[in-house]
Design a protein around this ligand. Structure first.
Ligand SMILES: NC(=O)C1=CN([C@@H]2O[C@H](COP(=O)(O)OP(=O)(O)OC[C@H]3O[C@@H](n4cnc5c(N)ncnc54)[C@H](O)[C@@H]3O)[C@@H](O)[C@H]2O)C=CC1
Ligand SMILES: O=C(O)C(=O)[C@H](O)COP(=O)(O)O
Length: 377
């Protein structure tokens, strides 16, 4: 069987190589001819799987995306053609939780805030939003959850969007959708942006088009700019360069890029394709992951917010991603965004670090020995 995969999908050869012919291509520039005689197509978020790409797909029976978002896949077309489809829901939700926690701690240092005094609103209380809410609650923050589709289905404890927009920090975790009562395209529109208070902080780690970037630029160029954290941008990879100097933390769509998250993504497709062709699984995720460079730290007392930020930086330094982004943009190279993503350094999840010695709140994401964990679930 012939499997065509995005060249930036790790562990493909380990999982598929011993039983399939694996061919890799740059995801953004896959062309119809690549699909000729291909049985299974494995993509990431940058490949538009549509009628054009499938023009020469004479043998294709399976398409998988090793991502949470599926906005790049014409799933209706696949269903019409009888092509099986799989995605990887939740695969990198922990990485997104790590990213937002790292961002929160950096914002707090920048604004001299104690996060425990602040309110965070999560827009979209699904897999990634719930992970972010859990971290924020671990930090002692008050959390508001806004999810109108879930509210309409009867979920309790949710706030409406206007209430959410009053929080100190507002973090977006919705899919990009263009139609229907809950469409998220420009969910943060020019009117919302103009009405926000200058002390508020906005975080986008979902999809760039959820925010009106041009309206944000207008706001930032005025007298009362907001504090912004942006992992995703309208029109990626062509970011609105003029906006970047007004963004506190700017990164190239890497919130989900932990090694564990990528491994779970590829593994979800391995599992789905094995099921699709009736093959028994012969691998596990654990076998794919190397030991982390730093595996344990011993604490003698509960860490302060500043010390917690230092512990997070031991595993994931968001400032490094931010400075890399700014350096890349400054080169003027049109492909800097994709180059940063392609050559992204190996990043482990906070859960790869065992914090020994004190009973730390397990919702923060670090691994806490069972007898010491301050349990909340
Ligand atoms: N920056 C990155 O690296 C990553 C970005 N993503 C993006 O984040 C998105 C969300 O991921 P998950 O949380 O795993 O998805 P999910 O499907 O588990 O949760 C999304 C939630 O948003 C809610 N929602 C939909 N429309 C809404 C609206 N108008 N207002 C408020 N809530 C609304 C849904 O009801 C659902 O509960 C993905 O679709 C993907 O586009 C995901 C992973 C990594
Ligand atoms: O899972 C998603 O959804 C994401 O946004 C991915 O983390 C994006 O990664 P790529 O597929 O663009 O490498």
């Amino acid at each position: 069987m012939k499997v065509l995969a995005d060249e930036n999908m790790p562990f493909v050869r380990e999982l598929f190589g011993d039983w399939a012919e694996v061919i890799t291509r740059p995801g953004r520039t896959m062309v119809p001819a690549d699909l000729h005689d291909t049985d299974a197509l494995l993509v990431r978020s940058v490949t538009q799987v549509n009628a054009h790409l499938l023009e020469q797909a004479n043998k294709l029976t399976f398409v998988g995306t090793a991502t949470i978002g599926c906005d790049h896949i014409d799933t209706q077309l696949l269903a019409q053609r009888g092509i099986a489809f799989a995605s990887a829901p939740g695969c990198n939700k922990v990485a997104v939780g790590d990213y937002v926690m790292a961002a929160l701690l950096r914002v707090a240092a920048h604004k001299n805030w104690q996060l425990a005094d602040k309110t965070l609103a999560v827009i979209g209380a699904g897999n990634t939003g719930s992970e972010v809410a859990r971290r924020a609650e671990g930090l002692g923050m008050k959390v508001l959850r806004c999810d109108p589709p879930k509210a309409a289905a009867g979920a309790a404890g949710l706030v409406n969007y206007d209430q959410a927009l009053s929080a100190d920090i507002i973090s977006y975790h919705v899919p990009i959708t263009h139609q229907g009562p809950y469409a998220t395209h420009h969910l943060l529109n020019a009117a919302h942006i103009a009405a926000l208070d200058e002390n508020q902080v906005l975080i986008n780690a979902c999809r760039g088009d959820v925010w009106n970037n041009q309206a944000l630029l207008t706001r930032q160029q005025g007298a009362r700019p907001l504090t912004l954290v942006m992992d995703v941008w309208e029109h990626e990879p062509a970011v609105l360069a003029a906006l970047v100097p007004y963004v506190l933390i700017a990164t190239p769509h890497i919130a989900g890029y932990s090694l564990e998250g990528k491994a779970r993504g590829t593994f979800a497709l391995y599992r789905a394709l094995c099921q699709h062709i009736g093959r028994a699984e012969q691998h596990s995720i654990a076998s794919l992951l190397p030991a982390p460079d730093i595996s344990a730290v011993s604490l003698t007392r509960a860490p302060s917010q500043h010390q917690l930020a230092q512990l997070v930086r031991l595993v994931y330094d968001i400032a490094h991603d931010d400075s890399g982004f700014r350096r890349g943009l400054a080169t003027g190279a049109p492909d800097f965004f994709d180059a940063l993503r392609k050559h992204y350094a190996e990043r482990r999840e906070l859960g790869s670090l065992i914090l020994q010695g004190v009973g730390l709140d397990e919702r923060l994401g670090f691994k806490v020995p069972a007898q010491a964990a301050d349990k909340h679930n």
